[in-house]
Design a protein around this ligand. Sequence first.
Ligand SMILES: [Ca+2]
Length: 224
Amino acid sequence: MSAPKAFFSLGFGIALWLSAPVLHALPFTDTVVSFTPGDNGSHDSGYGVEDDSGGIYTGLSGEGVFDARAVTALDGAVLALGGAVGTPGYITLHFSDGEVVDGSGADLRLYDTFSFQDGFNLEISADGTHFMNAFFSAGDLLYFKCSPEKPCTADVDIAGLQLDAFSYLRITAAGDSAQGFPEAYTLDAVEALHYRSTTVPEPGTLALFGLAAVGLAFVRRRKD
Ligand SMILES: [Ca+2]
């Protein structure tokens, strides 16, 4: 076994492995830009991570805890934005490798998998700076059976809005909507239903393919 052959195999293997997630990427928001928890004044703010994932979620959890991993996978772990009886919490999320586009019917789906169907306001942005209102849900506080098995979903259609594509969104808990339930909106994940990938092969991946090609050429030359 020559060294160049081993190198070639390793390089090609890594290149395939790196490209696989791009091919099979699930269109959930994958990045938290910022999170500002709600403030209930003298009351418990209520924000934090509730983990009902049954062991799937491996991030931090508990009252007063924030962990971006709670809202980047649909797994039964939720982030309570907090502040339902005071200043509502808000979170800004981003699709880092593509954008939501307008297709037939709903284009975006929010998942609340914890207890009450809390209200929220949704803003969207193409550049992460200029946001526009896109959707409001008053919630339904008579309904408290949101769960991982039976998620409470909110579908958003961007048809008719001024933006026909966006990759940033901000969710703000509906204020004063749930007195006595200060956790406010509990977000599990945000899914794109109509999505356009903007991913191009990363320089690192291209470099590995290049190295693999060099390795192949080297092996072939040695055989000559
Ligand atoms: Ca989650």
